[in-house]
Design a protein around this ligand. Sequence first.
Ligand SMILES: NC(=O)c1ccc[n+]([C@@H]2O[C@H](COP(=O)([O-])OP(=O)(O)OC[C@H]3O[C@@H](n4cnc5c(N)ncnc54)[C@H](OP(=O)(O)O)[C@@H]3O)[C@@H](O)[C@H]2O)c1
Ligand SMILES: [Zn+2]
Length: 334
Amino acid sequence: MKAFFIKKPRLLTYGEVAKPEVKKGEVLLRVRACALNHLDLHLLKGRFKVPLPHILGSDVSGVIERIDGRTNLKVGQAVVVNPAIPCGQCPRCKKNLSCEIVNIFGYKTNGGYAEYITVPIAQVYPKPNNLSFVEAAAFPLTFLTAYHMLVGRANLQKNETVFIWGASGGLGSVAIQVAKDIGAKIITAISEDDDAKKIKKLGAIKIINYKKENVEQSVKKLTNGEKVDVVFESVGAKTWKISLAILRPHGRIVIAGVTSGAIASQDLSDIYYYQQTILGSRMGTKQEFEQVLRLVAEEKLKPVIDKIFPLKKADKALKRLAESKQFGKIVLEC
Ligand SMILES: NC(=O)c1ccc[n+]([C@@H]2O[C@H](COP(=O)([O-])OP(=O)(O)OC[C@H]3O[C@@H](n4cnc5c(N)ncnc54)[C@H](OP(=O)(O)O)[C@@H]3O)[C@@H](O)[C@H]2O)c1
Ligand SMILES: [Zn+2]
């Protein structure tokens, strides 16, 4: 079969590889679409060590070609993959709680930049009929993460105010929709004025251009000096100081990424004085994935597609992600 794979760090190769063998408890999928994530770039750069050659790709939709195990799924059925795989062995998994570690499909396993993949049966769900294969590949990882951040971790409530960094990005564009569904008041940040119209369609109410405005002052003005209850963070080093400055007493910051760098400093006294909470967040639970799938099928959450590339142009697609040129998800058709 054809696949795009990392041959050695920083070297992505398109070529022929062996079609995977389906094992007990797995399905074989003919991949139809696979969306890109920053994880793919981290793996390509060799930031996380995995055995090479490695096929990238965590967000997959496709058609079942073979099944080895018990399931209600059928050969020929259109499906989508839940990329968050519980380890099954940590103390929390043993107590039937959400996994401590969560393996990501396409990280330590081969992923979807390929014509075929094998996936554990428990990770496979029928594709909602209202979504194309491209749309179905565009939602799992970022929707699950954004939902877990705002609902599972920050417990965002109706009428609370949330500030969302990275409105044009994979996580931010979903966070806006999740926050809207909850009934929260939303303030978000962009760098290009052209993005404002697209973001208004997603439900953002107040938009700040962080390159032109002083975000701290603008947030204070927009909230009559009250600041925000929740900050949605995935930018990291470059925004952390502002995130703390715009957070109200008893507020929560939820962080799932460090796109601009991982090292930031902060005044610890503010954290205890104002009784603020910093929440780490990674992927999400099986129940949250199933809830996100329902919300997508009901069209309460909608995948945002930036651009579609054929599988053999995966290198060009990754370049677009690395240059932060996208609005929403970049997707490969396989
Ligand atoms: N923990 C998890 O489970 C998990 C899951 C998914 C992703 N992540 C991580 O979360 C991060 C974001 O993922 P994504 O898919 O949303 O990425 P993305 O689509 O590339 O979006 C990144 C966003 O960050 C904004 N941004 C970049 N630099 C900025 C700065 N200096 N100030 C303000 N905004 C800035 C960009 O906005 P502009 O273009 O307007 O600057 C863009 O909207 C990545 O680091 C990823 O690895 C973690
Ligand atoms: Zn576990």
